[in-house]
Design a protein around this ligand. Structure first.
Ligand SMILES: *Cc1c(COP(=O)(O)O)cnc(C)c1O
Length: 466
């Protein structure tokens, strides 16, 4: 069955992107500037899209179709072998999704990407693929709730176990848990809900000494605030539901592969087995490392996972994420300013036991934030509420500028109490390990002005403690 869209391999000879270049705006015969030389915001608006390939539509169109005409039997053969990029069947990819894939790969400096129907699909597919057949994962022990439970209880049913690193801020602790069956190290660049940071450069160095790739969930940071490949990561996973899309109106996930990890053939036979499904035009079977050289993870996810599990991102969702992505830098520039003011405000309140943000007073993560997050360590913060459960209820209910729900990275500011929702699946010992105390409240800062958020929090504290 179909290979689908392979546009997003950045160096695939067929599809080297004329779309990735645009001429500088002078009428002289100046050399073309490649997309890679542009700044983040220009890439976020243009990378991967050439309007002349889409009836000159300025905005990437939505291809709301299950299937694409194959035209003739020779073209069919080219499509099936990846010799020609084009639509086949939307379960395995759409043209709008492939624009998003190229754009994110460009923003992260990766070789190829695949857009999937959720962040959890991105995480589960990637880890299942890497550790298939009895491998283990070494992971940080404070993860997004569903990811933590996925690794602790769901993936083991399929033969993939996880060793959670207790002392997760200590890079050496990761090395101690890696053994000959370890197939990936997994962690978040900014952890949710505790806003912890990790020395990924140091952790990657240790993982690489063991021949193990590092998978980083970069959801909270986004490629605007942190580029994991520049810190040693090999694969990035995103929930694009969050800040990348940024408007709270879509569920989406993305996997990006850097493209230079030397997968050992004995440890990762899945990337070296030749498959008829990856055959070339002359009917020679190929392996994943041959199908997209340098990006066997993305090749496998596209050829096997979207084919057999489904879950490629739909065209409409891809369109929404592309639209949101185009304003990512301005949204985050404002939010990282606002979050600092909210942190200061919370620190001034008696009702607050502690504040978790790398620039909160006494945070152990300030140094890493200064080193690795020059544009700011994200727009999430959490704090300890110093009242009773009843007072916490009044506080949350009294807020007007914070929606109470489980999403993050929206234009609206959001509030949630992780122990009772996002992390409620975790058993008490898992909660303790993840350092999610009973009174933890998480704020996701939106685009409202800081004064509105602060006065809102202030009046809600007054009501709760009246
Ligand atoms: C939300 C989230 C996910 C899961 O993404 P979905 O799109 O909801 O499946 C994974 N990681 C982090 C850090 C998240 O915040």
């Amino acid at each position: 069955m179909p290979p689908g869209f392979l546009f997003s391999s950045r160096t695939d000879s067929n599809n080297t992107f004329s779309s990735n270049t645009f001429s500088s705006n002078t009428d002289t015969n100046q050399e073309e500037i490649t997309m890679s030389e542009y700044s983040f915001s220009a890439k976020a608006i243009r990378a991967g899209y050439e309007s002349s390939e889409h009836f000159n539509s300025v905005v990437p169109p939505i291809y709301q179709t299950a299937s694409f005409d194959l035209q003739d039997i020779d073209r069919t053969r080219r499509l099936w072998t990846g010799a020609e990029a084009g639509g086949i069947y939307s379960r395995v990819g759409t043209p709008t999704g492939s624009i998003l894939e190229t754009r994110i790969a460009e923003l992260d400096g990766g070789k190829a990407a695949v857009a999937l129907s959720s962040g959890m699909a991105a995480i589960t597919y990637t880890l299942l693929l890497l550790a298939q057949g009895g491998g283990n994962i070494v992971a940080g022990s404070s993860l997004y709730g569903a990811a933590q439970l996925d690794l602790a209880e769901f993936l083991p049913r399929y033969g993939v176990d996880t060793r959670f690193v207790k002392d997760r801020t200590n890079p050496a602790a990761y090395g101690e848990l890696i053994d000959e069956n370890t197939r990936a190290v997994y962690l978040e660049s900014i952890s949710n809900p505790n806003i912890e940071l990790y020395d990924i450069d140091a952790i990657a160095k240790i993982a690489h000494e063991h021949g193990v790739p590092v998978v980083v969930d970069n959801t909270v940071a986004t490629p605007y605030l942190y580029r994991p490949f520049e810190h040693g990561a090999d694969i990035i996973v995103y929930s694009a539901t969050k800040e990348i899309n940024g408007h709270g109106n879509v569920i989406a996930g993305i996997v990006v592969e850097k493209g230079d990890f030397p997968f050992d053939e004995k440890k990762y036979p899945q990337f070296y087995e030749k498959s008829w499904k990856m055959r070339d035009l002359q009917n020679n079977k190929r392996s994943a490392v041959e199908f997209i050289p340098g990006a066997p993870v993305i090749a496998s996810l596209k050829i096997f996972f979207t084919e057999f599990f489904g879950g490629a991102l739909g065209s409409f969702e891809s369109y929404l994420v592309l639209q949101g992505l185009s304003t990512l830098s301005v949204r985050l520039d404002k939010k990282v300013q606002t979050v600092r003011k909210v942190v200061e405000f919370l620190e001034s309140r008696d009702e607050v036991e502690f504040v978790r943000y790398p620039y909160a007073k006494g945070s152990q993560f300030k140094e890493l934030a200064d080193r690795d997050f020059p544009k700011g360590p994200g727009a999430l913060l959490s704090f300890g509420f110093k009242g009773t459960r009843e007072q916490e209820g009044i506080f949350i209910k009294s807020l007007k500028n914070f929606n109470y729900h489980v999403n993050i990275g929206d234009v609206r500011s959001l509030i949630t109490n992780p122990p009772e929702n996002t992390h409620t699946e975790l058993e008490p010992d898992q909660l303790a390990l993840a350092d999610v105390p009973k009174n933890l409240i998480r704020l996701s800062i939106g685009l409202e002005d800081a004064e509105d958020l602060i006065s809102d929090l202030s009046q809600a504290f007054e009501k709760a403690f009246a």
